[in-house]
Design a protein around this ligand. Sequence first.
Ligand code: FAD
Ligand code: MET
Ligand code: ZN
Length: 620
Amino acid sequence: MSFLEKLKNQILIADGAMGTLLYSYGTDCCFEELNLSHPEQIQHIHQAYIDAGADVIQTNTYAANYLKLSRYGLEDSVKDINSAAVHHAKKVAKNRAFILGTIGGNRGIKPNSISLEEIKRSFREQLYCLLLEEVDGLLLETFYDLEELETVLAIARKETKLPIIAQVSIQEPGFLQNRTPVNEALKRLESIGADVVGLNCRVGPHHMLLTLEQIELPKQAYLSAYPNASLPAYTDGKFHYDSDADYFRRAANEFRKQGVRLIGGCCGTTPEHIRMFAAELKNKTPIKEKIVKFTPKVTVVEDPTIKREHTPLQEIVKQRPSVIVELDPPRKLDTRKFFDGAKALKEAGIDAITLADNSLAQVRISNESLGYLIKQELGIRPLIHISCRDRNIIGLQSHLMGLHTLGMHDVLAITGDPARVGDFPGASSVYDVSSFELIQMIKQLNEGLSFSGKDLGQKTAFSIAGAFNPNVRSIEKAVKRLEKKMDCGADYFISQPIFSEEKLLEVYEHTKHLKAPIYIGLMPLTSSRNAEFLHNEVPGIKIADSIRERMAKLNDQPNLAAREGVEITKSLIDAALDLFNGIYLITPFLRYELTLELALYARQRAQELRGNIHAKTTIY
Ligand SMILES: Cc1cc2nc3c(=O)[nH]c(=O)nc-3n(C[C@H](O)[C@H](O)[C@H](O)COP(=O)(O)OP(=O)(O)OC[C@H]3O[C@@H](n4cnc5c(N)ncnc54)[C@H](O)[C@@H]3O)c2cc1C
Ligand code: MET
Ligand SMILES: [Zn+2]
């Protein structure tokens, strides 16, 4: 009798984990490579599952595709590894168990990190290898991203009439990571041609059952479930699953009541877990009807208490000249100068103070803390830079939720300077995401959804700036990045400092088509050494020769050099205001007297530009 004929009238027991079992024996390598180098280990595990009662086993090929094997330099061994894996399964099963050729999902929380084209190519290669070896069916498992699974399932359905099992991994009970209800996802998989649809990995029986309660019995297809043993624990540098197999015995009938016909185990499960499922369910008849618990749709509500305090900067700067000033948190613990500067700048009428996030990877007091204090104590709008270097996805989301809670809605999303340039060259640069993805994620928070698509119950109200570095060899490429950042959701841009009128004009010509406004970065030079350092050593900063020469002439006169720096910046303000509304002044070394003078100058110039009618009104 075929696999599907059997499933028509009985529950089938599948095997449990391969990878975590090997890991628990002390193996920590590419598990699929063991098909070539240690066939006895793989065959031993297949045997153990069959002895435990499995009617169905899967090949050790979860990650045996080009994309994953290339991490180990094994990209040329796709065929050998897959064919060896099927050989081992067949050798042990001896026609006593069905053999499913397994292909695992690739995409995780960042779906766009691997293109569908790459996925299709890699999938096809593995699929052909498994089909060539004549498996009894295909198991597409651990797919977090529905788009990926739908794509590969369609390919597989076209290529074979063999049974296909398509399994997703949930984000939270009832939902996938993009908020698709699992019930809907499984219906879509059935309509593409999956013979069995279900869930595997990520959660144990508890959350899997909560999800299954919300899933209807498929019309034609059958339901499957491969729960993990438990949540993993991490002790002494190793992951392990501290699970009691008897828990699976007690859960077995609950799976049956939810309509599951193919039941196995995923991460952390062992032959003991499968023995328990077999003891309770082997050859049992499946249920034919069930009552589904539909969960009411959760609607995102706007927060009744936390509201934006200010008009977003992108709207202000579209209407009138606007000056924002970067005043970085100090590198030492004394904050008096910082607060003096913030107060003076506030009195000069600037629109926001921007606070860098450990720029140049140098440790500073957290910009969130100082931003909050200047907001509360001085009534200043803080604009918080957020770099992807120091926080992983969890930290970034938590940080943003914190900013929302504290009423700070203005952020600059940047990739950030790498750790190796700063105070701790050996520290890790996290970079879970790039600035593009960070912008997308913040946009998603503005929709009331977490980075993984979880409902947050409220929407944030972030106004998102992106960084613009025009001081690169190809300004066209830099502008392409701006367009991409806009596609991701950037509302406006803030540029690296510009040090020549020619550059200002070039930037204007190349960006005038963009809908998002730009704040032009301007920074007063403080000395010739400062100019030479910035020009030669700081990534993304180039200073015109003529300006460096002016600074060099005052090499031995620090006060005059700083004045010259201010004068140079004033003429750049004049030129910038002819072309742009937004001025972003960067305060060097907390010398706020320099940016204060420049902010007042910019204000006066803006008023002159707008003519006498507006001269008496506040420009910013
Ligand atoms: C206004 C502003 C504020 C900043 N604040 C901070 C801060 O608070 N903390 C901090 O650590 N850093 C800060 N930086 C520095 C910034 O993170 C780095 O200079 C970064 O490399 C460029 O900006 P981004 O992070 O948005 O990079 P992205 O645009 O995300 O670029 C990331 C990567 O692509 C490369 N790249 C960028 N443009 C091009 C191009 N045109 N051609 C080829 N490759 C390119 C970069 O080298 C980098 O490796 C700031 C930069 C700006 C402009
Ligand atoms: C990461 S999900 C599990 C993959 C595969 N079925 C294994 O047990 O190794
Ligand atoms: Zn798993």
